[in-house]
Design a binder for this molecule. Structure first.
Ligand SMILES: NC(=O)c1ccc[n+]([C@@H]2O[C@H](COP(=O)([O-])OP(=O)(O)OC[C@H]3O[C@@H](n4cnc5c(N)ncnc54)[C@H](O)[C@@H]3O)[C@@H](O)[C@H]2O)c1
Ligand SMILES: CC(C)[C@H](C(=O)O)[C@@H](O)C(=O)O
Ligand SMILES: [Mg+2]
Length: 347
C-alpha cells in the first residue's frame, strides 16, 4: 500500500526557516528511501502571518492545517499559544537523551550523563498560560496578574498520557508540583488516582524546585517527568544543559487523537539568525517524533542513526563545537552531510 502524507510547514521567524529547510530536506530524503511520499504546504504563523494577514495565527493557517498529517513548526515570537489552544494540543513530549559523543559539550561531568534518558511530558493547553489575566490600578498603583487554573480533568488527561508513556519505558513517573505553596491544584493526588490503572508504574511526586536541582545533580534517576505548562517549559530547557545544546531538542505537541504539531524546543535565536549556523537537529528530532507517530519507525530510526554517525565523526554546528577533534560546519553543510549519509547507508 503506498503511503501518502500531507504536512503543513510553518517556518516562522529567526532561525525557524533555516532549521525547517534542513529538516524538510531530510524528511523528503527518508521518504524516498522508505517508499512513502510527503506533500508539503507552506503556511504562516508569527511575524510573517502578521505582515500578510494582520494576525499571528490567522484563520487561513488554521484551515490549512485542519486534517493534515502533521504540522512542522520552526520558531516564532507570537501565535504559538493560539495554535496550541486551537488544536487542543495538550500533550507535549520532550525527549532528552544525551549522546556519549557529545558529553564534552555538556555542562555536566560525563559520569553524571551516562544512561540519561528522560521524557518530559508537559501539559500544554492550560495552566497559567491560559488563565485569567489583566492589568489594573489600585489606589494609583498599577498591578498585573496571571491566574494558574487547572481543571481536575485537565490534570487527569495529561496524567494518563504520561502514565502511558512510562508504561512503554522504564515504569517510573516523577510528578513536578509545588503543593507546598500552591495546594489548591492537587497534581499529586490526581496522578496517584489515575495511576491505579497502572500498578506497575512507580509514581514519585517531587517539588518542582528540587526537581530542577536533581536534574543537574542526578539526572540518571529520571524516566518520565510530568509537569504543568509553566514548570514543564522551564524544566525541559535544562535538557539543553544536559545534552550540550538546546539546538538538539525536539518535541511533539499532540491532541487526544494523535494529531500533532512538531517543533524544536528552542526559539527564534535572534543572536544567530541569518548567520547560517543554527543547529538543525532539534527540528530534525521533531520530525523523528512525527515519523514515529505515523508508524514510520524504520525511517525514524535511520535518521537517529545518521545523527549519531555524523556526531561521532565529529561534525557539528558551532553550538556543540568544543573539541579540537570536531569539525565545525554550517547548517547547510551539516544538512548536506546528513543527506549524503542517509543515501549511502541505504544503497
Ligand atoms: N517554539 C517556539 O517558537 C519558541 C520556543 C522558545 C522561544 N521562542 C521565542 O524565541 C525568541 C527568542 O527566545 P530566547 O532567546 O529566549 O531562546 P532561544 O531558544 O531562541 O535562544 C536561546 C539560546 O540558545 C541558542 N540556540 C537556540 N536554538 C539554537 C539552535 N538551533 N542552534 C544553535 N543555537 C541555538 C541561541 O542562539 C541563544 O543563545 C523569544 O521571542 C521567545 O518567545 C519561541
Ligand atoms: C515561546 C514560548 C511561549 C514557548 C512556551 O513557553 O511554551 C516556548 O518557550 C516553548 O518552550 O515552547
Ligand atoms: Mg520554552
Amino acid at each position: 500500500m503506498p503511503r501518502h502524507y500531507r504536512i503543513v510547514s510553518l517556518p516562522g521567524e529567526g532561525i525557524g526557516p533555516e532549521v525547517v529547510d534542513a529538516t524538510l530536506a531530510v524528511l523528503q530524503q527518508v521518504a524516498q528511501l522508505h517508499s512513502f511520499t510527503v506533500a508539503v504546504e507552506y503556511g504562516w504563523l508569527g511575524q510573517p502571518a502578521v505582515q500578510r494577514f494582520g494576525r499571528a495565527f490567522p484563520q487561513e493557517t488554521a484551515r490549512q492545517c485542519e486534517g493534515c498529517d502533521g504540522i512542522v513548526l520552526g520558531a516564532v515570537t507570537q501565535g504559538l499559544l493560539e495554535i496550541r489552544q486551537h488544536f487542543n494540543l495538550f500533550i507535549n513530549l520532550r525527549p532528552v537523551r544525551p549522546t556519549p559523543c557529545l558529553f564534552p559539550a555538556s555542562a555536566l561531568k560525563s559520569e553524571r550523563l551516562a544512561g540519561v534518558d528522560i521524557l518530559f511530558v508537559r501539559e500544554l493547553a492550560s495552566g497559567i498560560y491560559f488563565g485569567e489575566s489583566g492589568r489594573g490600578n489600585d489606589s494609583g498603583s498599577g498591578y498585573g496578574y496571571h491566574t494558574m487554573r487547572y481543571a481536575d480533568a485537565e490534570i487527569r488527561r495529561i496524567a494518563k498520557a504520561a502514565l502511558n508513556q512510562a508504561q512503554q519505558r522504564r515504569h517510573k513517573l516523577t510528578v513536578a508540583h509545588k503543593e507546598n505553596a500552591l495546594p489548591q491544584i492537587p497534581w499529586t493526588a490526581l496522578v496517584h488516582e489515575e495511576a491505579r490503572d497502572f500498578p506497575n508504574i512507580l509514581v514519585e511526586p517531587m517539588l518542582a524546585d528540587n526537581l530542577a536541582m536533581q536534574l543537574i545533580l542526578k539526572p540518571q534517576q529520571f524516566d518520565v517527568v510530568l509537569a504543568g505548562n509553566l514548570f514543564g517549559d522551564i524544566l525541559s530547557d535544562i535538557g539543553g544543559a544536559l545534552t550540550g545544546s538546546i539546538g538538539l531538542l525536539g518535541s511533539a505537541s499532540l491532541n487526544g487523537q494523535g494529531f500533532g504539531l512538531y517543533e524544536p524546543i528552542h526559539g527564534t535565536a535572534p543572536d544567530i539568525a541569518g548567520k547560517g549556523i543554527a543547529n538543525p537537529l532539534g527540528a530534525i528530532a521533531s520530525i523523528v517524533l512525527m515519523l514515529q507517530q505515523w508508524g514510520e519507525t524504520t525511517a525514524a530510526q535511520q535518521i537517529l542513526d545518521t545523527q549519531e554517525t555524523l556526531l561521532s565523526q565529529g561534525y557539528c554546528t558551532a553550538d556543540l563545537c568544543s573539541q579540537r577533534s570536531q569539525t565545525q560546519v554550517t547548517t547547510q553543510e551539516f544538512t548536506d552531510l546528513f543527506l549524503e549519509n542517509l543515501r549511502q547507508n541505504n544503497s
